[in-house]
Design a protein around this ligand. Structure first.
Ligand SMILES: [Zn+2]
Length: 447
């Protein structure tokens, strides 16, 4: 960094010794529980039924006595007044300044109420992410999406403005026009889902004759919304295609923007522990896991989100603590390799646990394969069957047999499972503009 500039957005909080950080977390946890208990009819009911008073929370063991909440409960409260948020709300509805909602891919959307204070908090938490990834006021950031009721890119937009970056909103335009606008304005960075990061590079090369790595000025890309930027082979594909660094970030609409990769790229993400409490729970026993490397379900609390608090929200995302601190000097703990999967998506196939991210890691490691793929799990005569649809890049079709056999070997090695592999004509599998739907489990109802 030039002129001794700090590498931290908040040099005090991001380097606070763990002991002090934990004391701060406990204080903030108790404060949000008290706020919710006193102001939200939903939380008041929940805690009273559990026989819990906010002052009962004295240490981290007490935190585990606080009842968890989940998405279904958030949906259920929406049946109550005030419309449309329900009685989880802690403020009069007229204090709400922003409506957002979850994407509703897993059922009825959850509505999110933010006051202006909440909205300032969203922007502040995004500044931690941007700053840790080297974004500065000299950056011109392109956001290639039309923002609507979903929170993601809105929060990124406000966070980038707060940091002092110049933000170019790229909604409405189609993919080609977005690429040309980014090129015309010499944008230095953009935010997108990994699926769209790869798709834009594809369109630039094949439709516009533009090589993003040579003909454009992109230096940093932030991936969000899908696990790809933490899957090493997908990250490499994106970095090679754009000649830029790709960093991951994970946020949850109901909770906030709780984690980020830093420029040290430690193979994991920092939890913003000054704003969030992350607990990892053993899926089988329900015990809280503190040792590194052991996978479990994430339970997360947002300390400072006020209108609709998220206290011990059961995310069903599977994560694990990393065993080493990061070279960047931040004391915020790391989770290993980002989100490993959704507890719902990690499914048993032929009796073996399968995470869709493992298939992605293998597919993206084979250079002759295109970026798009699809996995369909089904049951035929009581036997599970996995079909993997792939595309081979133009010019390599002649090597199909050896590519497929190499892929099959690597999949078996990585996932202990056999696959039926179907090669599709290049360009014929579905292309996505936001998040891809690559994994279909036909054994589950309603898919
Ligand atoms: Zn770091």
């Amino acid at each position: 960094m030039a002129n001794g500039e700090s590498i931290y957005w908040n040099p005090i909080l991001e380097t606070l010794p763990q002991e002090k950080l934990h004391a701060l977390q406990l204080k903030k946890f108790r404060r949000i529980v008290e706020w919710a208990f006193n102001n939200s009819p939903f939380y008041n009911r929940l805690y009273k039924e559990a026989g819990l008073e906010p002052e009962d929370i004295r240490n981290f063991e007490d935190v585990q006595k606080v009842p968890k909440i989940n998405k279904d409960m958030m949906r259920e409260v929406q049946q109550h007044e005030p419309f449309p948020y329900g009685d989880m709300l802690t403020v009069p509805v007229e204090e709400v300044t922003t409506f957002r909602q979850t994407s509703g891919t897993t059922g009825t959307p959850v509505y999110q109420a933010c006051t202006w204070q909440d909205w300032e908090w969203w922007a502040e938490t995004w500044c931690y992410i941007f700053y840790a990834q080297g974004f500065r006021d000299t950056d011109r950031i392109f956001i290639p999406f039309g923002y609507n009721v979903f929170v993601a890119f809105w929060a990124g937009h406000y966070g980038a403005e707060k940091l002092g970056c110049e933000v170019v909103p790229g909604g409405v335009l189609d993919t080609q026009a977005r690429i040309l606008k980014m090129q015309e304005l010499k944008c230095t960075a953009f935010l997108a889902t990994p699926t769209y990061i790869l798709r834009m590079a594809d369109v630039a090369k094949n439709k516009l004759g533009v090589d993003p790595a040579k003909d454009m000025n992109i230096q940093k890309i932030m991936g969000a919304g899908e696990p790809g930027a933490s899957i090493p082979t997908t990250k490499k594909r994106m970095e090679d295609a754009w000649g830029a660094k790709v960093y991951d970030h994970i946020g949850i609409t109901e909770v906030g923007s709780w984690s980020y990769e830093c420029t040290a790229q430690p193979g994991g993400q920092h939890v913003n522990e000054a704003f969030f409490l992350v607990e990892i729970e053993d899926i089988e026993t329900g015990e809280i896991i503190t040792e590194p490397g052991k996978e479990g379900k994430m339970i997360i609390t947002s300390f400072d989100r006020l209108a609709k608090p998220a206290i011990r929200f059961d995310t069903k995302d599977v994560i694990a603590w990393a065993d080493q601190p990061c070279d960047c000097g931040r004391t915020f703990r790391l989770i290993e390799g980002g989100i490993i999967g959704r507890a719902d998506d990690i499914t048993k196939v032929k009796g073996v646990l399968l995470a869709p991210t493992a298939i992605e890691e293998v597919v993206r490691s084979v250079a002759e394969l295109g970026n798009e793929f699809e996995v369909v799990v089904s049951k035929k005569r009581d036997v599970d069957d996995i079909l993997l649809k792939i595309e081979i890049v133009p010019g390599k079709e002649g090597e199909q047999e050896s590519i497929v056999s190499r892929l099959r070997d690597q999949l078996r090695l990585r996932t202990n499972l056999g696959y039926k592999i179907e090669v599709h004509r290049y360009g014929s599998l579905p292309r996505y503009e936001l998040k891809a739907k690559r994994f279909k489990d036909l054994r589950k109802k309603g898919v």
